[in-house]
Design a protein around this ligand. Sequence first.
Ligand SMILES: [Zn+2]
Length: 319
Amino acid sequence: MKAFAVDLGGTHITVAVVEDRQIVASQTIGQPPAAGLRPLLPLLAATLRDLSNCSTRGITDVAGIALGFCGIVDSRAGRVQSTNGKYPDAAEIDFHSWSRENFDLPLRLENDARMALMGEHYAGAAEGFQDVAMVTLGTGIGSAVMIEGKLLQGKHGQAGSLGGHVPVVLQGRACTCGGEGCAESEASGWALPRLCQSWANFPQSELAGQEINFANLFRCAASGDPIAKAIQQHCMDVWVATGVALVHAYDPELLVFGGGVMRSAEVILPYLQAHIPGRVWTPWGKVQIRSARPGNESALLGAIPMLSTSPSDVRTNVR
Ligand SMILES: [Zn+2]
């Protein structure tokens, strides 16, 4: 099967042509404008057309468009429910009509972390597993859960999606969701600059003179900067707490961590593997902890199972 995949992330949009277990071609459309998503739709359509021209058969053998969105999505209704500040107009956009008018193709919409979990289940770390929780560490912290092979949706389409908004610090930092001390407001891409600026003696850190992002934080920590090391430790402890919460809430046999922050997986993964299993009550055995495919590959590959199955059900064999 061949499909168009669109990953609408917090700081990037990636479009791709995927075929079975391969990303045939992909392109990233830079920084999304604050004005919203609607002004970007013509560029999105043009980029998909350009990519499809890589194939001699154009879009004639494309099964549909799978779109992952960084907010609360009701995939059964096929609409964005809430955007938490990113792409504020998304809930008003009829993506299905856009797809029909531009390509005459069916479209499936899903939360981006769920799309990533579908990709990992189809062709990644979760292949062969039926009970999985996934955490995506990026601009925000996303999560998705599969139980007995079925992607969790819940009454309002948000079950398993809000692992990044589990409170992990009492009286912690204010979050965009209305809560405080959420994993996302303590250790996500958008929260990191604020975290650093409020850290004791931060101006003495090597990181203070640089753009504050996780790549630079991990680099400064690796070079021995004690303040960067302490901030890195705080963030990894937050991610451990998130993993513990998901294990206790959903009883997975496997936790998958993905997203752009996992570019530092060589530091993060061993820490998670060392600290999560000892803090969870799993009398049946030891929960496995793995890292996802690099970058947003998992979300893009999720396009194939999304378009192969009915919404919320990935049990069908799509190989
Ligand atoms: Zn929150």
